[in-house]
Design a protein around this ligand. Structure first.
Ligand code: FAD
Length: 402
């Protein structure tokens, strides 16, 4: 793909830069920079989401008729890149990038009218009820049951690792509606209100000390039959559509490149104890250059996928490739940060948040304080959305034909 920007694209980049300079407050930039968990907290993310929505840019990748922008792949990329370079908080993917596109594609007009506005303006929050104890990689073995009773479904079962369930108003959920059918054929995709007596939430605190994920218990949880997306039994097809978006719908390279640039700045300020800064030592220069080159290669692949999407094609199994590469790169950046700070990189603050006036004083610098919790939480990158091993299996079968 030709990456020389046209005049129109350069003007668009200036427009985004001017918008960020005027509308992205330093408080939110600081919050994003100093977040060691995978997701930013809603107090940071939602405020930024609303600012973007007021400009019509929150659901920029949705079809125009549902509030999208109609931007070309290059413009989408420019936008994501400028946001990453400006330390903008990452928007929660659960509504905008996961269930939103599903409702745009498979939802009825009534479902679209009911749910899309609340996703666009962040007034309703979502969580993803796919995984269960015993059904993660082997998702089709899920056991949560949804039984139709008149004009409602009644759900029994449990979901686990449910990110931000404790903030969510709704869960998009896979449940078995036909236990007699083949595993994949008996699954349906349901939207379930979270704030009801049939649902309870048990927090799971990560080894870094953050509360992002939960176990959710559905004990007679109720949802209206109108909240079935697609047909009964079509859940597996919809789940795969969503997973492709989860793995490839976002562009990981802009943020990785911004983080590598940040790591380089830190390395060039860190004394080596021998001669000059650590970042100028040959082994560090080599390490940073390798990370950067691999992130640039990933960027090219992501641009190719965006171009396919713009032609109306589904991203397909190549998203497994980008998910795998991005997750590994993310973890190598986190490992490098630990190595950079030596003993100071081993501190693990128990308090949260690590931004704002209430943040605990770091030993050394804030960047050193963030290194360990970021590294520990970041082990999740190679697990959620499908583990590395599962992605390699998909690549082996569907891309290489092995
Ligand atoms: C931080 C975090 C957030 C998450 N958020 C959500 C969420 O919001 N909603 C949600 O539904 N889920 C969520 N998940 C769950 C995530 O999708 C699952 O953890 C993931 O799919 C792996 O499933 P599992 O944990 O059951 O591991 P298992 O499937 O039991 O895997 C265990 C090990 O076996 C390996 N393995 C399994 N099958 C194969 C195979 N066929 N070939 C080779 N190796 C294999 C795996 O790679 C792994 O190393 C989250 C997970 C994490 C860590």
């Amino acid at each position: 793909m030709d990456m020389d920007l046209s005049d129109d694209e350069l003007a668009f980049r200036e427009e985004v830069r001017a918008f960020l300079a005027e509308h992205l407050p330093e408080r939110l930039r600081e919050g994003a920079r100093n977040t060691p968990s995978v997701f930013v907290e809603p107090e940071i993310g939602d405020e930024w989401h609303r600012i973007l929505n007021a400009r019509g840019w929150a659901a920029y990748h949705w079809p125009v008729e549902h509030g999208g922008t109609g931007w070309s792949p290059v413009k989408r990329y420019i936008f994501e890149k400028e946001l990453a370079l400006a330390d903008a908080p990452a928007l929660s993917v659960l509504g905008l990038k996961l269930v939103g596109p599903v409702i745009c594609h498979y939802g009825t007009p009534e479902q679209q009218a009911r749910f899309l506005p609340g996703i666009r303006d962040a007034s309703e929050k979502w969580c993803q009820g796919y995984s269960e104890p015993g059904a993660g990689s082997d998702l089709a073995s899920l056991k949560t049951r949804a039984v139709r009773e008149g004009d409602r479904y009644i759900l029994h079962g449990t979901k686990i690792w449910t990110t931000h369930a404790h903030y969510a108003d709704w869960m998009f959920c896979l449940a078995r509606t036909d236990p007699e059918a083949k595993p994949q054929a008996g699954i349906s995709f349901l939207l379930v209100p979270m704030k009801q007596p049939g649902i309870s939430i048990r927090p799971i605190v990560t080894h870094a000390g953050d509360h992002e994920v939960n176990q959710v218990f559905l004990d007679g949880a109720v949802t209206d039959a109108t909240n079935l997306v697609g047909r009964e039994g079509q859940g597996w097809e919809i789940a795969k559509f969503l997973l492709e978006n989860e793995r490839g719908g976002s562009c990981a390279a802009p943020r990785l490149l911004a983080d590598i640039a940040g790591l380089r700045r830190l390395a060039e300020a860190e004394p080596s104890g021998v001669n000059g800064a650590l970042g100028h030592q040959p082994d560090w220069a080599d390490r940073l250059a390798r990370l950067e080159l691999e992130a640039l290669a990933l960027e090219t692949t992501e641009l190719r996928i965006l171009a396919e999407l713009a032609r109306g094609r589904r991203p397909g199994p190549q998203t497994s490739l980008t998910k795998l590469l991005a997750a590994n790169l993310r973890q190598r950046i986190d490992e490098a940060a630990i190595d950079l700070f030596g003993p100071l990189g081993l501190q693990l603050p128990a308090e949260r948040p690590l931004y704002g006036n209430a943040a605990p004083e770091p030993v050394g610098s804030r960047a050193a304080q963030l290194a360990m919790p970021t590294y520990l939480n970041g082990r999740a990158w190679t697990i959620f959305g499908g583990t590395n091993e599962v992605q390699k299996g998909i690549i082996a079968k569907q891309v290489l034909g092995l």
